[in-house]
Each structure stands twice: as structure tokens, then as C-alpha cells.
Design a protein. Structure first.
Length: 252
């Protein structure tokens, strides 16, 4: 992915790492469209970040995805980059029985069906572009599980393998697939995560991601240094110890 001259749509970028990346991509000379559910946050972004466009989208609702995609393409027919940023993370206790299903199903709809639906509705357009990119967002927890968030871990593992598979199907086309694999970052994804001593600073994370994209335009996985502890645990023969260390530090 080249880091300038693109038209980039980032659903789920009204805060956290999505907004931080949107700011950097815009500053680098890209046209950026931020999507989100809350109209007041979108209005604030439009007011405080002149030049960044916004669109209301609920990635848990396929009708909203269809309508928003049509809206974005009408306003930005040169769109060539999709970043599937939107996601939720919930603490679950599966020992408590079927009550956990409501949270689990919400997580699957947002974290798995949301990206799949976005990609399905935008891929025909992206395939017509000379140079296009789909950036999916998994997690270090796709590779090593956090005890407190079983469904989140599973959804991010699904995103990882879907990204690998989609990349294979799109070989030889104009569309590349990049997987962004964040570690714990100081956002509001989980209660208390912003204050966690284990979480990476948002700006530090976004700066390192931007450097990787700049220096390695052909990268298929974007891994900041802090996530290697999780991403490569199994390959390096330290999976069981990494699971133990990760969950010993788990505040939940």
C-alpha cells in the first residue's frame, strides 16, 4: 500500500486507533472518509479535522452498510482503500450458561460479519481500480487467547484466516490485502484499558504503523514491535508460556 494519493474509507474510526490512523493518512495526502454510528462524533471530527469527510454507518447492520457504501462511492468514486476498523471487545464468562450468548453474538456480528459484509459490497468496485487495498484489523489475541474475552479472541482469529484466504483469491488482481495486528492499545475498547500499564500509547502505535506502511509498501501483515510477543509465540516454541504470562497479567 502506498501511503499517499489514495481515497480511504475507514468505518469505525471515530476514536482510538481508527481516528489516529485517519489523521495520519489525511496528513500524508490521502482523501479520508471516516465512518461511525454516532452523528455527534462525526460532526465533531468534521469540525476539528477540515478535509476529512464523514458518513454514518452501523457495521452491525447490513442495510446500513449497503446504504453507506452507495453514499461513499457516489461522493468518492475514486475510492481505492478500505480499512475495516470497527470492532467490539466484551468480557465473558462462559461458565454462566446461555446468558453469555447475547454478548457473544453481538461480538461475532460486529467483528466478523461487519468486515465480511463491507468487503463483499466494496470488492467489485475495488477490483476496477488500478491499485486498491483492503486492510483488515485482527489482533495479537488472534494468536494467543486472553481468558476473559473468548469470543473476541475467536473473531480476530477468524479475521486473520479470512485475510490470508482472501489474499490468495485476489492474487494477480489489482487488490492487495493487508492485515493490521494491534497489541493492547490505550483506548476504550475495554473498561480500564486506557489506563492499563500494559497498553501501548495510541499515538505511538499509529506512528509505528504509519512507518511500517511507508517503509514496507508490500507488507501483508502490519505488526508493531509490541505485538511480536503474541504473534510469533507458537512459531518460536513459547506458546504455553506466553498464554500463562498474558493471563497472569489479565486484570479480569
Amino acid at each position: 500500500m502506498h501511503i499517499t494519493g489514495n481515497t480511504v474509507f475507514i468505518p469505525g474510526a471515530t476514536s482510538g486507533i481508527g481516528l489516529a490512523l485517519a489523521e495520519r493518512l489525511h496528513a500524508a495526502g490521502n482523501t479520508v472518509i471516516v465512518g461511525g454510528r454516532r452523528a455527534e462524533l462525526l460532526a465533531e471530527i468534521a469540525a476539528t479535522h477540515p478535509g476529512i469527510d464523514t458518513v454514518r454507518i452501523d457495521t452491525a447492520d447490513e442495510a446500513s452498510i449497503r446504504g453507506s457504501v452507495d453514499d461513499v462511492l457516489e461522493r468518492h468514486p475514486n475510492l481505492n482503500v478500505l480499512v475495516t476498523m470497527a470492532g467490539v471487545m466484551r468480557v465473558e464468562d462462559w461458565t454462566q450458561g446461555p446468558a453469555v450468548l447475547a454478548t457473544a453474538e453481538e461480538t461475532v456480528v460486529t467483528n466478523v460479519l461487519g468486515p465480511l459484509r463491507l468487503i463483499a459490497h466494496l470488492l467489485p468496485h475495488l477490483q476496477k481500480q488500478t491499485d486498491a487495498t483492503i486492510m483488515t484489523v485482527s489482533s495479537g489475541l488472534a494468536f494467543v487467547p486472553l481468558r476473559a474475552t473468548p469470543t473476541y479472541n475467536a473473531t480476530k482469529a477468524a479475521v486473520h484466516l479470512f485475510s490470508e484466504s482472501l489474499r490468495l483469491q485476489l492474487q494477480g488482481t489489482s487488490v492487495s490485502v493487508i492485515e493490521l495486528e494491534p497489541p493492547s492499545v490505550a483506548t476504550d475498547l475495554l473498561p480500564g484499558q486506557r489506563e492499563s500499564s500494559f497498553a501501548m500509547d495510541v499515538d505511538e502505535f499509529a506512528d509505528e504503523v504509519f512507518e511500517i506502511l511507508r517503509d514496507r509498501p508490500d507488507a501483508t501483515e502490519v505488526q508493531v514491535s509490541r505485538v511480536g510477543f503474541l504473534r510469533h509465540a507458537e512459531a518460536e516454541g513459547r506458546y504455553a508460556e506466553t498464554v500463562r504470562q498474558l493471563n497472569a497479567a489479565d486484570p479480569h
